[in-house]
Design a protein around this ligand. Structure first.
Ligand code: PLP
Length: 422
């Protein structure tokens, strides 16, 4: 079923956010799970897809498919145009100045590995220091650990305070004479803490330190403008942005592009290959080797246009209402321990239940009621250690979450408490 963008909420500033109407854009939300209507509270892991994305992917395969940048025939030109058009969509979504500062990736994991191999390994040497926060996802830890192992750089960790807030001054105070990079999340995937990355970048710029921001969670829930933030690198992942998996983008500030080695080698990233030497293509292609995720990126373009049609400010307002409602309802459960209560936070809630055993058991019980939440360490083991737990249960909301979803979660958690902790 085709779903025309123009039929969606258009003048997003003045219109009431009609969440029930918007939910109809997501076919999967009308299905049942274990005999109950689905309540999807795992958007932090991966978001569901609106019909416009499903249609864009289907159309790309059924009517517009060929390899990109290679052929001179009609379909190859069409696919190339559709694919390259997404660069401008992402540039606008992130508020980046230029198309060539947007590198296509398969997601944040690849993006941060790219920065580690192509930039950091080139400009850093033994004894240099990378500042990381304890809030980071493993995707913003492991690529830096490679440099610790291979180059001898040092990783310096910044702790959040007791409510899970990461104060910019604490980060800036940790900068030393050998600091070469600050790598920090914009929003914790575990606690929902929103980090004032703008203040970190302003302070870091004064000290001449580049900043990489992991925007995987934040860019889904609020407007992002990399120019205003002032970062050097900003990574987003398509499947959390309501687009296909294995799509994503990395914003790289122009000056940093000039300092970067190529990343992977192969087709598209070369200008000329001779037996005795190779010259490389210009950015962004220099960093995009091989046949890319053509259809995935076209799907991501459709997802971002969909988000823009709703308006990121509007989505943020809706999710703030859900966040406040959920915090109020979760506070009614005296036996539930909610992790983190930073003043600026998104609608992501990590918790444990006194006496209820492992968070996996909680997620299994609520699943029986059709409710999808995630349990585990959420790829944030240093944060788990900081919190003194090995795992939590996490409910994460999206643009389609309703107050009714939260009520259903609360009911299921009460049942969990009765079954597991009584
Ligand atoms: N960073 C954060 C904060 C995340 O939440 C995630 C995914 O859970 C990632 C990075 C990794 O994203 P991907 O696996 O899509 O590359």
């Amino acid at each position: 079923m085709a779903n025309d963008l123009s039929s969606m909420v258009n003048d997003n500033r003045d219109m009431v956010y009609d969440v029930e109407r918007i939910r109809k854009d997501f076919p999967i939300l009308s299905r049942e799970v274990n005999g109950h209507p689905l309540v999807y509270l795992d958007t932090g892991a991966s978001a569901q897809k609106p019909q416009v994305v499903i249609d864009a992917v289907s159309r790309a395969y059924s009517e517009e498919y060929a390899n990109v940048h290679r052929g001179l025939h009609f379909l190859s030109n069409l696919a190339t145009d559709k694919y390259e058009n997404v660069r401008g969509i992402i540039r606008d979504f992130l508020g980046a100045p230029n198309d060539h500062e947007i590198l296509f990736t398969t997601g944040t994991t690849e993006a941060i590995n790219l920065v580690s191999y192509a930039w950091a390994a080139r400009v850093m040497s033994a004894g240099d220091e990378i500042l990381l926060s304890v809030l980071e996802h493993h995707a913003n830890i492991v690529p830096w650990n490679f440099l610790r192992e291979r180059l001898g750089v040092t990783l310096k960790w910044i702790e959040p305070d007791s409510c899970g807030e990461l104060r910019p001054q604490r980060v800036l105070d940790a900068v030393g004479p050998r600091t070469r990079l600050i790598a920090v999340t914009h929003m914790s995937n575990v606690l929902g803490t929103q980090v004032d990355v703008g203040a970190i970048c302003t302070g870091a710029a004064g000290l001449g330190i580049p900043v990489l921001v992991d925007g995987s969670q934040a860019a889904v829930h609020m407007p992002v403008n990399v120019r205003e933030i002032g970062c050097d690198f900003y990574a987003v992942t398509g499947h959390k942005l309501y687009g296909p998996s294995a799509s994503g983008a990395l914003y790289v500030r122009e000056e940093r592009l000039d300092e970067m080695w190529p990343f992977k080698g192969g087709g598209d990233m070369i200008r000329e290959v001779r037996r005795d030497g190779i010259t490389y293509n210009v950015p962004p292609h220099k960093f995009e080797a091989g046949t890319p995720g053509i259809v995935q990126m076209i799907g991501l373009g459709a997802a971002l246009e969909y988000l823009q049609s709703l308006g990121m400010e509007t989505i943020a307002r809706h999710e703030a209402d859900i966040r406040d409602y959920a915090l109020e309802r979760l506070a009614e459960l005296a036996w539930l321990k909610l992790q983190g209560n930073a003043p600026d936070r998104g609608a992501i809630f990590s918790f444990t239940i006194d006496g209820a055993g492992h968070p996996h058991d909680i997620s299994t019980v609520v699943d029986q009621k059709g409710i999808a939440v995630r349990a585990g360490h959420h790829c944030a083991q240093p944060l788990m250690e900081h919190l003194g737990v090995t795992a939590t249960c996490r409910a994460s909301c999206g643009l389609y979450t309703t107050r009714d979803d939260i009520d259903r979660l609360i009911e299921a958690l009460e049942l969990c408490h009765e079954l597991l902790a009584a």
